[in-house]
Write a protein that binds this ligand. Sequence first.
Ligand code: 13P
Length: 295
Amino acid sequence: MKTLHEVLESADRGHTAVGHFNISDLVGLKAVYEAAKALNLPVLIGVSEGERDFMGVHEIAAVVRTLRKRDDFPVFLNADHTHSLDRAREAASAGFDMIVFDASVRSFDDNVRETREAVQQVKSLRPDILVEGEIGFIGASSSIHDERPNNMSPLTTPEEAREFVSATGVDILAPAVGNMHGMLKTMLRGETEKRIDPARIAAIKAAAKTFLTLHGGSGTNRSDFEAAIRAGITIIHVNTELRVAWRRGMDAALAQKPDEIVPYKHLPQVVTNMKQVVRERLELFSANVAVPPSG
Ligand code: 13P
């Protein structure tokens, strides 16, 4: 079976993106894993610090490792938005495949210094682990917002991206390119969408020459996703859309059977809702969008 690095290389070469979906529990894992398996597409499971506090760092690592081994299937585990060296080392020791080290709220220089330290420390524990760094604050939470946070960073420049990657040694870079964590209420109502800057992505890719991740995928315009992948995005994160599907599925299940107390009689409805989101996103991310000839 391919390693995560090989999976990313082949997505990069083929101008497709690998879907990364955050989960909080085994219901979410079941939905993401079954959808990826049905499509036979590699997938990244993401757990932020809060999500892994709830699930248990070693518990989720053991479950994902067991699924991968049992089914010989490329499912990988990412320690999403890791803010401290302790939490980074903890995830590396537990066997995570990848760590997103997130010092993006710091100044550029502090971000470089802390991320370089994280890369060195986790790679000394596990030389095979992949580390992603982030430039630019794009909002902190995969939840529903009234309006865009007013402290969002400006778009990442190609020069910053080049300097950050060469100074830190990250394998993957998450730039700010118009993306934002979470969804606005207007996005939930289908009135607005996130818009991404593909020209900026292409310039960053040319300068940084590394894998690029698009965070904040929920609520993004469909053709912007395609353009972003064409421009050089290799991983796309989706969380809020899955949380919305979880909540709506749960509300519907409870309303349909108000007297039912058996969890596994309510939860299939939740899995079905979440799976639909994962399936649609994976189909879009894996579709090879024709790349215009250069020159
Ligand atoms: P959304 O919640 O906007 O999809 O962002 C998810 C994310 O980027 C997690 O790292």
